[in-house]
Design a protein around this ligand. Sequence first.
Ligand code: BES
Ligand code: MN
Length: 455
Amino acid sequence: MTDHKNNAIKYAKEHQPSFLATLSQFVSIPSISTNPENKNDMLKAANWLVEHMGKIGLENAKVMPTKGHPVVYADWMHAPGKPTVLVYGHYDVQPVDPIELWNTGPFEAKIDGDYMHGRGTSDMKGQVMATLNAIESIMQSGHFPVNLKFCYEGEEEIGSPSMAEWLEENKQLLAADLCLNPDAGMLSKETPTLTKGLRGLAYFELKVTGPDHDLHSGMAGGIIHNPAQALAELISKMHDEDGKITLPGFYDPVYTISPEEHEEFAQLPHDEAFFKEYAGVDHLWGEKEFIAAERLGGRPTLEINGIIGGFTGEGQKTVLPAWAMAKISCRLVPDQDPEQVHRQMKDFLSQHAPKTIRWELKKLSGSPASVVRQGQPGLQAMANALETEWGKQPVYPREGGSIPIVGYFQKIVGVGSVLTGFGLPDDNLHAPNEHLHLPTWSRGTRALIHFFFNL
Ligand code: BES
Ligand code: MN
């Protein structure tokens, strides 16, 4: 066993160049799940995974259709009496816009010193490959110590809209003792992280319409309520002066952060100065009675992801636009329900929208917050693995991001997740110039090798 493990670690170190080459290939496929024009690339990425997983010795690798983008399944079940690990990942990525702010092509996978640049390098093709590289290293050095199943989805970055239904139909196939989910990242290069909670998300599109066509602002301004203005007025009422969300009943189900949990938040390595530096701002914003780490991990939010309407080109145009639209999302904490938040948003709009405009609200996706249960299978194995590689114990934060499948795996398949990952806060996730810190990535691969043996 120790020989096997040492050989696997050695294999991983020696095969760094080929690992980099395969990651480049994977990153070069523009698998943007939200873009209809990338539908074929989604299939291409799924097929690429199937082929790669077959090559490293996994079995039954196949693309399985869902109502939306397909799932890649595979397994390796030759360790009778040993636990079964369900390995999770997503092969889809976020859009690249604003493209003009990228210093490299987003799908060029350019390596520069310690970094690989490209959309999905950190979130999370790099993490998928760290896992597959760890598994390859162990497979090539002897008999794998546990059983494996894989679920690589193509819809995480759009809120996993088809996954609950697909899991209902395939829960037997995915039955496992624990799920390994390396999509949660780490707090810094020297802070191994075992995330213990994630926020949920409810995503909306709000369209406000007024006149039935764009009007000359001189011939309509002052007599017609401008839809862009009306949208701004509505949005501005969604928070009060204290930064509280004003949707009726929004905070009613929200759990209370206990004094003990407050202490845990306070002990996380990031202070206010870190967040200012990370975002490039002089002042933070938000609920004053909560510290920054708490506002990120333990409090719900309402964000405007984008607004569009009227004339936004160069120069000027005097127009009163016919419509305006905003993308609005709420990060949710226990025990909020995304459907209830949808109703609260509709109630808010019914109460506040003026008669002078019409509004239409679409719910694009919704998933509740997730919590990792203490003592859950695999947690200790991962804590020890991270400690072996980093020489210190991991931290256990509640984090601000969302991974819808974590809750679905728990509820539908009955399997809890071990949440970790080797992406860093300054990797520019979802932003221009996303990159992956390669030394941390390699450490992650080694930590995952330890993890499989620790089980
Ligand atoms: N890897 C992230 C989630 C994440 C980020 C967890 C940082 C912990 C720390 C994931 O790929 C992601 O971005 N998820 C989306 C989900 C949403 C569309 C439902 C998110 O959080 O915006
Ligand atoms: Mn993401």
